[in-house]
Design a protein around this ligand. Structure first.
Ligand code: ADP
Ligand code: ASP
Ligand code: MG
Length: 417
């Protein structure tokens, strides 16, 4: 008899019919003899609506009250699913994060979980009661609800699984992790397995099928993690097997992956912006004078490009950052003009980052070269490049995002089995 955490995302619980469908997936696992906890997201669109209401109420608002509002979406789903399960004769009880409690560091809107006391939940699960837990939230040291950042229910589910020593199935609107976002690449293929490392890169480079932090936690706590679809019929014959495989994609250690590819996937992110600071002095200390104040303002910088200065006296510095931080970054840079002494600052939000990911890159040369060749063939200009051991990312004009992702998918042979 196993312990299982089943997480259902927003589209999977979008209305009462879908919640009933989810309940049937839960019923199947309970009948198979598993002790089950469920983690739910808000119904599709609800969190966006709640965020928008906060914005309309006041453009700048108290982060504690933002959390009080946006955490309610998950509370609705948890209660509704518990009602439906009870109606089907399955003992169930809903739990808000604070009731368990799921403790966080209290950073409102971007909290991290610090501790989960699973005792009460475990006791009840062993008596056959299904725990339906709100994703995306916990309670901070200030005794207030704190949310984990958008997409945070994935992380709640993995953390609950780690606390309960359970496996974790993430149910979503696709049947696994693909070689690229199946919404934009029709030839994308479902992967049977992906390593934690590759999934971590994919997530942090924009593949929002899992929140990045959820993959980090799964990797650290060795949580058996699967991404699968809630839209597969609950009574389908294709279900989890005792050997740990299942109908979806298993995220696991790389030594459990038999068939290795150099590149396992293409990711993209439109959440990018670019800033260029023109004609700064080419001398020691200038980068520190620019990036120090940005870091102090809590702005994370991603790619950095410094041009060779033709005259040895002045240079241009270009960097990328999250689009949401662009306005703040421009304010910080304007404030440093007197000290740094640049000529002008130009910026653009019409950029996207496209990345190829694969652990095989560690031992294979030519991955980046193939990427550049494929962009050259399509006439796509590369504005910045960054690499790590298992990924190459480039910044391009946003308008070419889909073309670029499809071209790379083909260039690395991912269209073919
Ligand atoms: P949920 O609401 O269930 O949390 P999300 O919308 O957060 O679901 O994540 C699922 C979506 O992630 C899919 O619909 C798909 O468009 C997108 N996605 C992006 N990259 C990938 C990928 N490589 N594999 C699968 N899905 C991906
Ligand atoms: N409802 C939250 C969001 O939309 C958390 C989640 O669904 O994972 O971001
Ligand atoms: Mg999600």
């Amino acid at each position: 008899m196993g312990r299982l955490v089943m997480k259902f995302g927003g589209t999977s619980v979008a209305d009462i019919d879908r919640i009933r469908n989810v309940a049937r997936h839960v019923e199947r696992e309970v009948k198979a003899g598993n002790h089950v906890a469920v983690v739910v997201s808000a119904m599709a669109g609800t969190t966006n609506q709640l965020v928008e209401w906060c914005r309309q109420a006041a453009a700048v608002h108290d982060a504690r009250e933002y959390d009080a509002v946006v955490s309610t979406g998950e509370q609705i789903t948890a209660g509704l699913l518990a009602i439906v399960l009870q109606d089907m004769g399955i003992p169930a009880r809903s739990w808000a994060g604070w009731q368990i409690p799921i403790e966080t560091d209290g950073v409102h809107g971007a909290a991290r979980m610090t501790n989960i006391n699973g005792d009460e939940i475990l006791k009840r699960m062993e008596q056959g009661q299904v725990a339906v837990i709100t994703g995306f939230q916990g309670i901070g040291p200030d005794k207030r609800v704190s949310t984990l950042g958008r997409g945070g229910s994935d992380t709640s589910a993995v953390a609950v699984a780690a606390a309960l020593d359970a496996a974790c199935d993430i149910y979503t609107d696709v049947d696994g992790v693909y070689t690229a976002d199946p919404r934009i690449v029709t030839a994308a293929r479902k992967l049977d397995r992906i390593s934690y490392e590759e999934m971590l890169e994919q997530a942090s480079l924009g593949a929002k099928v899992l929140q990045t932090r959820s993959v980090e936690l799964a990797m650290v706590y060795k949580v058996p993690l699967q991404v699968r679809s809630s839209f597969e019929p609950p009574d389908s014959a294709n279900q989890n097997k005792p050997d740990g495989t299942g109908p979806g994609t298993i995220v696991c250690d790389e030594d459990k992956i038999v068939e290795q590819h150099v590149v396992s996937g293409i990711a993209y992110s439109r959440d990018e912006a670019k800033v260029s600071i023109r004609r700064v002095k080419d001398q020691p200390g200038v980068s520190a004078a620019i990036f120090g104040p940005l870091a102090e303002a809590d702005i994370s910088v991603d790619m950095i490009v410094q041009n060779l200065s033709p005259d040895g006296a002045f240079t241009d510095i270009t960097f990328t950052l999250a689009r949401k931080d662009l306005r703040k970054a421009i304010e910080v840079i304007s404030a440093m003009k007197g000290k740094v002494g640049y000529e002008e600052v130009v910026h653009s939000a019409d950029v996207a980052k496209v990345s190829v990911v694969g652990i095989g890159m560690r031992s294979h040369a030519g991955v980046a070269a193939k990427m550049f060749k494929s962009f050259a063939d399509k006439g796509i200009n590369i504005q910045a490049i960054t690499t790590s051991e298992i990924k190459v990312s480039v910044l391009i004009d946003e308008a070419y995002t889909e073309l670029a992702v499809r071209a790379l998918h083909q260039a690395y042979g991912l269209d073919k089995k």
